[in-house]
Design a protein around this ligand. Structure first.
Ligand SMILES: Cc1cc2nc3c(=O)[nH]c(=O)nc-3n(C[C@H](O)[C@H](O)[C@H](O)COP(=O)(O)O)c2cc1C
Length: 305
C-alpha cells in the first residue's frame, strides 16, 4: 500500500478543490490518501478587511512563522511515500500558514527524504513564491519531484480587480455581472484531475525522474515570461517595504500600511505596465535568456545563489 499525504492551506476552498480533483485520479486500492489542513492558532480572516489584508504583508514577506495547531499523531507518525503540498501565494511569498509549517519541526519529520509535489493556485504571481518553497524544501531535506501551478488566466489587470472583489467581498462571483469570475477558472479546477495520472504512475513505480516533464506535457505549469521581471522587481521593492514596516507598531504601523497600500496600487497600475513595455521592447535581444528562464521556472531544479 502506498501512503500519500496531502497537506495544504486554503481559505476559500479553491486550492482544496484542485487537490481533491488531482487526488481523484491517484487514489485506488493500492494508494491510501490522507489529508491535513494546516491550521494557524490565530485564524486569518475571510473575507478580508483592507487593514488586515495589508497588515499581513510584513510578516508574510519576511517569512515570519505564526504558531500552528498541533498536527495529530495519526498524521505525523506515518511514513509517506509521497507528500503533496498545496500552497497559495501571498505577497509573492508562500502564505503565512504554509511558510510556518515549512519552518516547523513537524515539516522535518514529515518531509525528510520524501518526494514532494507542490500544487499552487494563485492569481498569477507564483514564480518567486515557488523559489522560496523550493529553498524551504531543501532545508527540510525533502525532494521536490513535481510542480503544478494554476492561475487566473485573465489579463493581469482584470485579475487584480476581480480578486479584490472576491477576497474582500467573500464571494467568487462575476463582479457587476460583467467581469470574468475571479481566480482559477471552473474548467481549470475540474480539468486538474488529469495531473493525478502521471503522479500515480511515478508513485507506483517509485520513479520520479520524469514526473515534472510528464506534468508539463499535460500543462501543469505555464510560465508567463512577462511576469518574471515584475515578480523579481516586486521582491526587491517589497524587501525594502517589509524591513521598514516591521519596525513600526501601533498607530505608526497603521499609518505606514496605508502608504504601502497606495504604493501597491501605484506599482500595479503604473510600474507593472512599464515593466511590461520594457519586456516587449527587449523581447528579441533577450530571447535566449527568456527561454532559459521559462525552462528553469517550469522545472523543479533550484539555482544556487
Ligand atoms: C493576503 C493575500 C495576498 C495575496 N498575494 C498574492 C500574490 O502576491 N500573487 C498571487 O498570484 N496571488 C496572491 N493572492 C491570491 C492567493 O494566492 C489565492 O489565489 C487566493 O487567496 C485564494 O486562495 P485559497 O485557496 O486560500 O482560497 C493573495 C491572497 C491573499 C489573501
Amino acid at each position: 500500500m502506498k501512503e500519500v499525504l496531502i497537506i495544504y492551506y486554503s481559505q476559500t476552498g479553491q486550492l482544496f478543490d484542485i487537490l481533491k480533483n488531482i487526488s481523484s485520479t491517484i487514489s485506488d486500492e493500492n494508494v491510501n490518501i490522507s489529508y491535513y489542513e494546516i491550521l494557524p492558532k490565530k485564524k486569518f480572516p475571510f473575507p478580508w478587511k483592507q487593514e488586515e489584508f495589508y497588515g499581513a504583508f510584513p510578516e508574510t514577506f519576511l517569512q515570519i512563522p505564526t504558531p500552528l495547531e498541533v498536527i495529530p499523531t495519526e498524521i505525523i507518525q506515518k511514513k509517506y511515500d509521497l507528500v503533496i503540498l498545496g500552497f497559495t501565494t501571498w505577497y509573492l511569498t508562500p502564505s503565512i500558514p504554509v511558510n510556518s509549517f515549512l519552518k516547523s519541526e513537524d515539516a522535518k519529520t514529515l518531509l525528510a527524504n520524501t518526494p514532494v509535489v507542490t500544487v499552487s493556485a494563485s492569481r498569477n504571481m507564483w514564480i518567486m513564491a515557488q523559489e522560496k518553497v523550493k529553498k524551504l524544501l531543501v532545508a527540510n531535506n525533502a525532494k521536490l519531484v513535481g510542480n503544478i501551478a494554476l492561475v487566473d488566466r485573465n489579463l493581469n489587470h482584470i485579475s487584480v480587480i476581480t480578486i479584490v472583489h472576491w477576497l474582500m467581498g467573500g464571494k467568487k462571483t462575476k463582479m457587476l455581472g460583467v467581469f470574468p469570475k475571479p481566480g482559477v477558472s471552473d474548467n481549470d479546477i475540474k480539468a486538474s484531475s488529469r495531473f493525478g495520472t502521471p503522479i500515480k504512475e511515478a508513485l507506483l513505480q517509485n520513479e520520479y525522474s520524469s514526473l515534472q516533464q510528464n506534468l508539463l506535457s499535460v500543462g501543469a505549469v505555464k510560465v508567463d515570461p512577462s511576469l518574471i521581471a515584475t515578480d523579481i522587481r516586486g521582491n526587491v521593492v517589497f524587501t525594502k517595504w517589509a524591513s521598514h514596516l516591521i519596525k513600526k507598531d501601533g498607530e505608526e504601523r497603521k499609518k505606514w500600511l496605508v502608504y504601502f497600500k497606495y504604493y501597491l496600487l501605484f506599482a500595479i497600475w503604473l510600474i507593472a505596465p512599464i515593466v511590461f513595455v520594457v519586456f516587449l521592447l527587449t523581447y528579441f535581444p533577450m530571447y535566449r535568456k527568456i527561454q532559459r528562464n521559462k525552462a528553469y521556472y517550469s522545472s523543479v531544479a533550484l539555482k544556487q545563489d
